[in-house]
Design a protein around this ligand. Structure first.
Ligand code: FES
Length: 109
């Protein structure tokens, strides 16, 4: 299976593209393991902290999909910086359809 890549655009505008990824890991793990600024993952990916908040680029929103009820409730913690394209990236598992995904790291809480 082909290796996948994703791009995080950090708050400082610096883009971090991470390549050679295998399906199955969460995007929070990908970001944290590769030193993406602002992806803290404080709760370890259990959808309880909102420190993995990203904005999905519009052209990728359909492929990524919408947050479920639990994620929506946790996203509410993001308050003022919540947007229609907000997602918690610990809740997004990397899969082949997301190869090339771009997302922006949301401001910290
Ligand atoms: S890592 Fe805590 S909500 Fe995603």
């Amino acid at each position: 299976m082909a290796a996948l890549k994703v791009t995080f655009v950090q708050q400082d505008g610096v883009e971090k593209t991470i390549e050679g990824l295998e399906p199955g890991q969460s995007l929070m793990e990908v970001g944290r393991n590769n030193g993406v600024d602002g992806i803290l993952g404080d709760c370890g990916g259990s959808c309880a902290c909102a420190t993995c908040h990203v904005y999905i680029e519009p052209e990728w929103q359909a492929a990524v999909g919408a947050p479920d009820e639990v994620e929506t409730a946790t996203l509410d913690m993001a308050g003022d910086v919540l947007k229609p394209n907000s997602r918690l990236c610990c809740q997004i598992a990397l899969r082949p359809e997301l190869d090339g995904l771009r997302m922006r790291v949301a401001p910290g809480m």
